[in-house]
Design a protein around this ligand. Sequence first.
Ligand code: PSU
Ligand code: MN
Length: 300
Amino acid sequence: MHLQIHPEVAQALDAGRPVVALESTIISHGLPRPDNLRVAREIEQSVRDGGAVPATIAVVAGVPCIGLDDEALATIANDDAVVKVSVRDLGTLVAKAGHGATTVAATSHLAALAGIEVFATGGLGGVHRGARETWDESADLTTLSITPVAVVCAGVKSILDVHATLERLETLNIPVLGYRTDRFPGFYLADSGYALDWRVESAAEVAAVMHARSALECDGGLLVVNPVAQADELDRELHDRVLAAGLAAADQADVHGKDVTPFLLEFFHTATEGRSLEVNVALVRSNATLAAAIASALRA
Ligand code: PSU
Ligand code: MN
């Protein structure tokens, strides 16, 4: 198979030890330089502290890599040639031997190929506001519906249409489990304003759901939503103000397609003078820790 699995990851997979996949679009297009490289390392460390082996996934010089060494991680963080790749771009990028940072969709696909069952990220992509006209819905949703991986995230960002995203998750048979919450988290905020049907209290409970689903041949992915700690969340008034301004700016700049999410993320980081970045880092690290616990529970 044309995957390069980092030796540490390969050993862990062979021995049946817990492994957690991490995405790379967040490094290249979701977080500003130069903090992004440091944060990428911190997220990996959170997985290790939780007792699992991190496998950051990206395409380096046309090779899909499962687990990155320092040099590859630095390339993804700093090289201007790195493009954002979803599942549909993978084949083309490999054929052209390019560098690519994988979205939640592409990361899930490659993780499943490598036999990794748990994946931690910040926010899932979803249905964009105005999707009725633009048809802008992230391939994260359709990919997750057919890809056997548990994605741990802090919900979806309020830059999206949260209500429509929840409806699509239902249509696509993607279960959403609230980790110690009854509310769908709103990424920068602990509560998006929407209720959840299912709540779990422990990593072991998530593992039990995954085992039951696999026995029933419910083959797609699963979402575990983990709210940012209330102490870490963004000030609501600041959030609402920046969101309105960001959406207007995206409209004005005529941003569309895969540039929308990175544009709005950067707008947030700049407009909140780094505060949204702190929240982003806190929630991804918390998701990495939880993902490690779930990967461990699956092996128990
Ligand atoms: N949410 C974040 N940070 C990110 C992304 C989402 O909080 O960096 C990235 C993820 O890689 C996700 C992608 O898969 O944006 C979704 O992009 P799009 O909406 O173009 O599918
Ligand atoms: Mn899109």
